[in-house]
Every structure is written in structure tokens, then in C-alpha cells.
Design a protein around this ligand. Structure first.
Ligand code: GRF
Length: 198
């Protein structure tokens, strides 16, 4: 799992693994942020956790960092890369090394509101239903095949923080279910369509 922030989605997934709801193990947690909560949560659970400096760019990894991430993931023999609040866009060599094996969660009902602060974009747009999306990662930003989505209502009284909290709670339900389906061989991909077999 890769993350840059609090790590609440990591906690939801690690708890689901521990409870036997996901037939997999979290092999390693990597972060581009040394103080990220996700690393602390992983260490609390005795899961290998490593900070890898991202290099000179702000929104992507530089070449050396990309190589370091890929080596660490290959060394841990991962089958699936779960992005949980990883704030850098993955590019060429990284994507090629793990083609079709990277998933992400985004706090909107894609394809609406890709990019940053999606919950605020949704509120500013005036939508009445918001939510989150788990999708495969391809070369675009927030646009690979959609695995699962969960909706939440937008209330007239919502502020960005309250809507964000409601979406975050939905993420903690949706992401473990999607990872469990992938790990259990329960989905197949046909072009842009992800089919749930059971
Ligand atoms: C989530 O809102 C997710 O949708 C976005 O980053 C956030 C990560 O939160 N990609 P956390 O670090 O898992 O708490």
C-alpha cells in the first residue's frame, strides 16, 4: 500500500485483512512523506513500512525515486498495489512494471470531479449525491476502469469538511470490499468494464 497522509484507508484494509475479510496480506507500506500517519499505523501493526524520498518534483516521483519505489515493491513480491491517499501521479516505468495491478480510491463519483479536493468541487457544483470510486490506475489522472462506487447524500447544511467526512466513511466500507474482490479473483476486466463475478 502507498500513501502520503493519515492512513485511515490503510487502517480499514488492514483491519479487514486481520478479520479474515480480505484473502491477502499487506506486504509493505511505502510513503513519500516521512511523517505520514500511514507509516505509523503500519508500524503499529508490525507491517514493514518505509519512507522513500520523492525527489525534486512536487506532483510526481523523480526517476531515482521511481526506481526505489519499484525495487521496494518487487522485493516485497507484491501482487497488487493499493494507493490510499498517495499524492503523486504515477508515470511510465512504474505503471509498466505493474500494469493492471494498481488500484486507487478517489473521493468523488468519477468521472465527475477528478483531481484535488473533489468533495469541495462536488459541493461547489451543487450536486445532490456525492461519493467515492475505486478504480484501476492507468496513465491518466483518476480515470482507469471503475471497480466500485459508493454514494452518500449531499445535505443542504454541508460544509466541505462535513461532506468530506461522510465520503471518507464510505471509502472505509468500499475499499476493503473492492480489494477483497480482487484478491479473491472475484472480478474480471473487459475493456473499461469491470465485471463482478460474485
Ligand atoms: C482519501 O480521501 C482518498 O479518497 C484520497 O486520499 C484520501 C486518503 O485518506 N485519495 P487516508 O490517508 O486514507 O485517511
Amino acid at each position: 500500500m502507498l500513501g502520503s497522509g493519515k492512513g485511515s484507508n490503510f487502517v480499514a484494509i488492514a483491519d479487514a485483512v486481520a478479520a479474515g475479510r480480505i484473502p491477502a496480506e499487506v506486504a509493505v507500506v511505502l510513503s513519500d512523506v516521512e511523517s505520514a500517519g500511514i507509516l505509523a499505523h503500519a508500524r503499529d501493526r508490525k507491517i514493514p513500512a518505509q519512507y522513500i524520498p520523492p525527489g525534486k518534483f512536487r506532483t510526481k516521483l523523480d526517476e531515482e525515486a521511481e526506481r526505489a519505489f519499484v525495487s521496494a515493491l518487487q522485493a516485497a513480491k507484491v501482487d497488487l498495489i493499493v494507493l490510499a491517499g498517495f499524492m503523486r501521479v504515477l508515470k511510465g516505468d512504474f505503471l509498466r512494471a505493474f500494469e493492471g495491478r494498481i488500484v486507487n480510491i478517489h473521493p468523488s463519483l468519477l468521472p465527475s470531479f477528478p483531481g484535488l479536493e473533489a468533495w469541495k468541487q462536488a459541493l461547489d457544483h451543487g450536486v445532490k449525491v456525492a461519493g467515492c470510486t475505486v478504480h484501476f490506475v492507468d496513465a491518466g489522472v483518476d480515470c482507469g476502469p471503475i471497480i466500485g462506487q459508493q454514494t452518500v447524500p449531499v445535505l443542504d447544511t454541508d460544509k466541505p469538511e462535513t461532506l468530506h467526512q461522510r465520503i471518507h466513511a464510505a471509502e472505509h466500507e468500499l475499499y476493503p470490499k473492492c480489494v477483497a474482490a480482487i484478491a479473491g479473483g472475484g472480478i474480471s476486466v473487459a475493456g473499461r468494464r469491470v465485471i463482478w463475478k460474485k
